[in-house]
Design a protein. Structure first.
Length: 310
């Protein structure tokens, strides 16, 4: 039996009243409620009730765990957003070399596994920029590669991004952004229910579309413009030097890379400086764990020079 529009509004109003301030806590992690809310959101699409139920569905979604395959496809969505802003570098030799270095770092047992492995992509651009997505997609500009003085420093950049993936920093950011979107959707829905219940038919009620997709776009923008928090970057640095030691690269290479790019960006605003803590602070946080040589660095330096130059 079909419900009337007034009945749907009444149902939504009742749902809002019962939610109260503790709604998010109750709905978190409950797949049954998420499924029911999703069904109700579809059934009430285009109405104030639809916004309320969509908010409930997103709230539950943001607290649940994601499978490796789900992380992979979320990461692909973020990768598409990144590739809409950057062009893949056409130098096949550079692409192959960076991927080989990345795979060498992944020998470390501490590196997290992903559903479809890791993919390292060099994109055009002289600026300093590197970013990773859930599922193991790692992007870095040609300028980031060129700033390394040898293979070990290049490995340190890749190890840092692998660490972000291993520690699931991207997924945590997406979940947080989804919770924020869910709260906004609930507030929007509550407001629409109030207006409609008061008898105002003049308000144009528009169903929000692809809220999770909007979240993907937002988090991609945040990664490229704002970056991660200071604590998150330091956490990734510490795991990165562990990955380097385990894979045979010099731990000190991360500190030397950070020191040089820090000098380049000293006093500068925006760009890499705005998305990362000060290199001197990151080096200090690493302390002794960020020091140490490794056998064969001279050989790797010559190999780097043959492909990248310098």
């Amino acid at each position: 039996m079909k419900r009337s529009r007034a009945g749907l509004l009444c149902l939504a109003a009742c749902a809002v009243c019962s939610l109260g301030a503790a709604a998010a806590a109750f709905f978190s992690g409950c797949s049954a409620i998420q499924s029911a809310a999703g069904a109700m959101a579809s059934a009430t699409a285009g109405t104030p009730a639809g916004s309320v139920f969509k908010g409930i569905e997103l709230s539950a979604e943001s607290f649940k765990g994601f499978s490796p395959s789900q992380e992979h496809y979320i990461g692909r969505s973020v990768a598409v957003e990144i590739l809409s802003k950057y062009t893949v570098d056409p130098d096949a030799a550079i692409q192959e070399y960076v991927n080989l270095v990345g795979q060498a770092v992944l020998i470390a047992p501490e590196a997290g596994k992903t559903f479809a492995g890791y993919h390292f992509v060099v994109v055009e651009g002289d600026e300093l920029q590197a970013v990773s997505t859930p599922g193991g997609f790692v992007f870095l500009t040609r300028g980031t590669v060129n700033r390394a003085k040898d293979e070990d420093e290049l490995a340190s950049v890749l190890a840092h991004e692998i660490a972000h993936v291993t520690l699931k920093h991207g997924m945590k950011s997406i979940k947080a952004a989804t919770r924020k979107a869910a709260a906004a959707q609930l507030v929007k829905g509550v407001g629409e229910v109030g207006v409609a219940a008061a008898g105002s038919d003049s308000k144009d009620l528009v169903e929000l579309t692809s809220a999770f997709g909007n979240t993907i776009s937002d988090i991609t923008g945040d990664l490229l413009v704002k970056g991660y928090s200071r604590e998150t970057e330091v956490e990734a640095d510490k795991l990165a030097v562990t990955l380097m030691k385990s894979s045979g690269y010099a731990r000190a290479a991360l500190a030397s890379y950070l020191k040089r790019v820090g000098e380049e960006h000293s006093g500068g605003e925006g760009g890499w400086s705005s998305t990362h803590p000060k290199p001197v602070d990151r080096i200090a946080q690493l302390g002794e764990v960020g020091t140490g040589a490794a056998l064969g660095r001279d050989i790797r330096k010559r190999r780097f020079a043959q492909v990248v130059g310098g």
